[in-house]
Design a protein around this ligand. Structure first.
Ligand SMILES: [Zn+2]
Ligand SMILES: [Zn+2]
Length: 178
């Protein structure tokens, strides 16, 4: 929550805000997120306009996650930019249910809730497929070893798929013809 009282309501008045806040839970996606409680640096410009307060800013935070190919730990940094208009909510009582203007951000008295906007901006700024390195070879399909650790990794006797079929037949005495 950010207090906008110091800004005042005269259209055109501006205020720069730099603030570091602890990351809320689930800031990110399943495989890559800002660890809860870690610092999120907010660099904001608040600007009073006719209808409310226009917030423009960036959020910078560290990321932790895992490589989608080899599941190795991945750390990264995200810089998310956002802009959002928070509408004055002076006639709060006349709001007709939650179905009206559902996607409009509103000031609550003089406070604005940055969290939903921050959340959307961070998710948009994330790579959807975090990788430990761009050309991560992933895991061995035979044994699950991490191939980046062992590039020459191989198995001595890969079973020829044609013989694998025969072997399966041989090992199933129940169906063997008399
Ligand atoms: Zn990897
Ligand atoms: Zn292997």
């Amino acid at each position: 929550m950010l207090d906008t009282r110091e800004l005042g309501r005269r259209p055109g008045s501006q205020r720069e805000v730099e603030q570091t806040v602890p990351a809320p839970a689930d800031l990110g996606i399943e495989v890559l997120a800002v660890p809860e409680g870690s610092p999120v640096v907010l660099d904001l410009r608040l600007e009073a306009v006719m209808e409310g307060v226009l917030v423009t800013g960036t959020a910078t935070a560290g990321l932790a996650g895992e490589c989608v190919r080899c599941l190795d730990a991945v750390t990264d940094e995200v810089e998310a930019r956002f802009q959002e208009l928070y509408v004055y909510d002076d006639d709060g009582d006349s709001r007709q249910g939650d179905d009206q203007d559902d996607d409009v951000s509103r000031l609550e008295r003089d406070l604005l809730d940055l969290e939903p906007v921050l959340r959307d901006a961070v998710v948009l700024a994330l790579p959807f497929q975090p990788l430990c390195e761009e050309d991560c070879p992933g895991l061995c399909t035979e044994c699950g070893a991490r191939l980046a650790d062992d590039p020459d990794h191989g198995h001595e006797d890969p079973v020829d798929p044609r013989w694998a079929g025969l072997a399966a037949l041989r090992q199933d005495p129940g169906d063997a013809p008399a």
